[in-house]
Design a protein around this ligand. Structure first.
Ligand SMILES: NC(=O)c1ccc[n+]([C@@H]2O[C@H](COP(=O)([O-])OP(=O)(O)OC[C@H]3O[C@@H](n4cnc5c(N)ncnc54)[C@H](O)[C@@H]3O)[C@@H](O)[C@H]2O)c1
Length: 259
């Protein structure tokens, strides 16, 4: 048990990577707040975790709503008495060439990823700083380091998250709080499944070419990263015994980006 007694707030935990991170933390003895805009999904994940004897709570949270974020994080601290780990993971994807990218969609994506990470961090450190301990984990992407066509909003937001995480390594240090970013390559989740036909249409190529040439073309072995790969990195960062590892980006991507 690597996370016995550890209390984690995980956003976007109703689905995909966030859900697998939550389940992995609970398996290792952690207590997890499943925070999501999709409350039905969150309740379902909590019910499944509890059915296996784990401890989790569902929290309705739109990460772009400051009051909802503050209320939700305070609710978790009240219920479990502390917050040890933050995983800022909620996200969406929208792809268009810039000349067709509606500004409203650009703002929506950036606000969820970047403003959401800012608001969640601000709400969590309030509970971490007085205890002189905490681990901030951000969900970046290979796109925190590398660009891809059609992804102005996503790449800009993910580069921004890396900057936010690095600032938090500096600001959090004197409060015993470390801050790191996980930067996965392509992982088959609902978010990615949706992009395959969209990119095929925008780029005028087959779905097979989107997968083999665009998504996995730069990997060393043409393999998708898995949700469990990403959750294992999150577990490592949450359970790390000291604050030596801070300000870093860890890139599970089958060698797509070599940090
Ligand atoms: N799938 C990949 O290939 C991949 C690669 C690198 C990084 N990521 C990142 O991992 C994170 C999770 O992605 P995923 O692939 O698991 O996607 P997903 O669509 O399976 O899950 C995203 C979750 O975020 C929630 N969400 C969306 N908007 C929200 C909001 N405003 N407030 C609260 N919750 C909200 C959704 O309801 C959903 O449960 C994202 O930040 C994504 O950018 C994904």
């Amino acid at each position: 048990m690597q996370l016995e007694g550890n209390v984690a707030v995980v956003t976007g935990a109703s689905s995909g990577i966030g859900r697998t991170i939550a389940e992995t933390f609970v398996r290792e003895g952690g207590k997890v707040a499943i925070c999501d805009i999709n409350m039905d999904g969150a309740e379902k994940v909590v019910a499944e975790i509890r059915a296996k004897g784990g401890d989790a709570m569902a929290v309705e949270m739109d990460v772009t709503d400051e009051d909802a974020v503050n209320r939700g994080v305070d609710q978790v601290a009240e219920r479990y008495g502390r917050i040890d780990t933050m995983v800022s993971n909620a996200g969406i994807q929208i792809v268009h060439p810039i000349e067709e990218f509606p500004y409203a969609e650009f703002r929506k994506l950036v606000t969820i990823h970047l403003d959401g990470s800012f608001l969640l961090t601000k709400a969590c450190v309030k509970h971490m700083y007085p205890r002189k301990s905490g681990s901030l984990i951000y969900m970046g992407s290979v796109h925190s380091h590398e660009p891809s066509a059609l992804k102005t909003a996503y790449v800009a937001a993910k580069h921004g998250i890396l900057g936010l995480s690095r600032v938090m390594a500096k600001e959090g240090a004197k409060h015993g709080v470390r801050s790191n970013t996980i930067c996965p390559g392509f992982v088959k989740t609902p978010l990615v499944e949706k992009q395959i036909p969209e990119q095929a249409q925008s780029l005028g190529i087959s779905e097979e070419d989107v997968v083999n040439k665009i998504m996995l073309g730069e990997t060393v072995d043409q393999e998708f990263t898995t949700m469990q790969d990403v959750a294992d990195v999150a577990l490592f960062l949450a359970g790390f015994k000291s604050n030596a590892l801070t300000g870093q980006s860890i890139v599970p991507s089958h060698g797509w980006y070599m940090a």
